[in-house]
Design a protein around this ligand. Sequence first.
Ligand code: GDP
Length: 414
Amino acid sequence: MGATAVIGAQWGDEAKGKIVHHLCRRARMCVRFNGGANAGHTVEDGRGTVRLHLVPCGALHPGCQGVIGHGVTVDPWVLADELGGILAQGRSHPELLLSERAHLVLPHHRLLEEREGTAQRIGTTRRGVGPCYTDRAARRGLRLADLIDERQVREHLRAASRVAGGGFDPEQVVEDLLRFRDRFAAHIGDARAAIAGALERGEEVVFEGAQGTLLDLDCGTYPYVTSSTTTVHGIGWGTGVPTARVERVVGVTKAYTTRVGEGPFPTEEGGEIGERLRAEGGEYGATTGRPRRCGWLDLVALRYAHAVNAFTDLALTKLDVLSGLREIRVAVDYRIEGQRVTGFPPRAEDLARAEPVYEVLRGWEEDIAGIRDYEALPSAARRFVRFVEAQVGVPVTFIGTGPGEEAIIVRRRG
Ligand code: GDP
């Protein structure tokens, strides 16, 4: 009971969706606190595969309310599409609560993202999320609560159209927004109070992080980062509920590393290994379809993620993707210009020059797909898990052994 956070420990796409879905089986609430439709979480269960961008993953479970905190940028058009897709699969309408303080992503945000060239420069997902956060910080955004005032909405859109120099019909957007307001009127409210109330009653609440620690605006590999707080600290930032209420922090990491977009990636493997990880792991972006850059597990980065988030547990996902490799490399340190470095450099330029110091572990031949019992893993796979635990100093409680919701090993608790 109490609050659990699920936080990406790498550059996002760590398969958090599946871990959140698993942890929400008995939860009352699943809360998104950061990011927006630039997130892409995949859940594969008995009813099929769903890719979610805004709806919290846990809300696919009946009885688990999906809450969108004020730190999330809400794109009403994406949300409506997503709900349409969920209903088309024969699922029931998720129970949703959207914070009235959350900011709206509007058409000019996408146009500005294209025009400013951030999509090209740092490889963003082109969802208009960055410019929406910019407006929020510049205190000129439009929030869900503002939809109550039609005149304000109309003025806002007309001004936005002037700033963007056209490219959309402001009157049409106003119509869409008012329709959205009327449809969701019962689901827009005080999310902070609702979460606090659930915690007060001792109900189980899961906070679902989007993106990963290394993409955090401040703690990540700046400037190749996203524009929100992706770490555990994002909970207070993006919901107004004290982060101290979180009892359990699950850091999610793949058994290897991937990155989408630009920016330094010390353990990247451009050749055969990279190709193999991409093919076996299906490493293509859930939001953009872009091929992900792939490489070995980076324990320098993972130790840093633990230092930032104080993980109580690790979820090691996609272990099955490593099956069949004769040897598995794991970076334990970096070397920059011949000097051994154990910390995570703050400057992207330094990280780009970092050469990983690898520990080479024995691989395993056996197919481990779908294994649910830790003891049934080959001894080399268990040694890999123990190595990660010892290096990071956090127990690996969950191990992913395949895409499906059942393909998971749960150790000790969970
Ligand atoms: P997220 O954004 O962190 O939720 O990650 P994604 O949704 O982009 O990536 C997860 C993808 O990997 C989905 O297609 C999952 O079905 C799949 N997946 C999740 N866990 C595992 C696993 O343990 N093994 C394999 N092979 N695939 C997995």
